[in-house]
Ligand binder design. Structure first.
Ligand code: FES
Length: 280
């Protein structure tokens, strides 16, 4: 296979120079603010290691930042408290938090998402700040984009997709548990609290984002390059993913906001700041 060509690009504009008359800076500025706020909050929440579940009034809510809880001290932990062997290798300067065991998977999926890549290359790296706007002059003499190290690693996105699909199932299960209440007589009954709905909306929005993934679109039908000879099931699946793919940016932002809000909601209920209202 031929090596990709290294093409010298003339630096035609200085940073921010453009002939565009619209408010081109608005979108990268909003992207920067939104992603920065999410990174700060999610990092803070992940390192807390407490107040990530709520079990009062019979409700069973678990923050999505902590799901699945592989080892931990909540009733949701799959294998109970962190074992000795884990605590021996855990860095002593980092407090143990179940979120740190799992957040690399959904975080890696978002970080390598085709939409987010385009968004944060502009918003954080100014590379370029927007279409037809000058970028920093010290940048590359040669441009090889995502064909060379380190950005070629972004291709790992297709593998993060498999993990992200599994997370949708796990979060749906958490939502299901959010509709299970323990009544005074000790029986598990169906019920609805505000938190049940908050937990349910989360995997729906995440599903809208994940099932609209460009890699999934390729996997499910795009790679076959056929519009007429494919099976009806494949065509139907391809059309469904394509439909969500058209709204990929919208679902990316809605699901990002809601997953953060879901953690916040559970945290507020767990700390007693908010009361979870029982609807049914
Ligand atoms: S391209 Fe955005 S999630 Fe895969």
């Amino acid at each position: 296979m031929n090596e990709p060509a290294s093409l010298p690009l003339p630096q035609l504009r200085s940073l921010g120079e453009t002939s565009r008359k619209d408010a081109w800076w608005l979108q990268p500025a909003a992207t920067f603010a939104g992603l920065f706020a999410f990174i700060i909050y999610s990092t803070w929440a992940a390192f807390q290691g407490n107040h990530y579940w709520f079990a009062a009034g019979g409700a069973e809510y678990l923050s999505p930042f902590y799901s699945p809880e592989i080892f931990g001290n909540s009733p949701h932990a799959w294998f109970g408290p962190p074992p000795d062997w884990l605590m021996k290798i855990w860095p002593p300067f980092i407090p143990f938090s179940p979120a740190l065991l799992i957040l690399w998977a959904p975080g890696g999926f978002r970080f390598t998402c085709y939409y987010y890549r385009g968004a944060y290359y502009k918003a954080f790296w100014g590379d370029p700040p927007s279409c037809a706007v000058g970028e920093p002059g010290f940048r590359k003499k040669k441009y090889r984009g995502e064909n060379s190290f380190p950005l070629i690693i972004q291709n790992i996105h297709r593998y993060f997709l498999y993990l992200a699909l599994a997370f949708i199932g796990l979060l749906l299960f958490d939502a299901f548990k959010g509709f299970t209440f323990v009544d005074d007589d000790g029986h598990h009954r169906f019920g609805i609290g505000v938190g049940s709905l908050v937990l349910l909306i989360n995997p729906i929005l995440l599903g809208g984002y994940t099932f609209g993934c460009h890699s999934l679109r390729h996997l499910i039908g795009g790679r076959h390059d056929c519009m007429t000879n494919c099976s009806n099931a494949r065509q139907g699946a391809y059309k469904g993913v394509t439909c969500l793919n058209r709204k990929h940016m919208l679902f990316a932002w809605m699901s990002l906001f809601w997953v953060g809000f879901t953690d916040f909601y559970v945290r507020m209920c767990s700390t007693g700041v908010w009361t979870d209202l029982r609807i049914l």
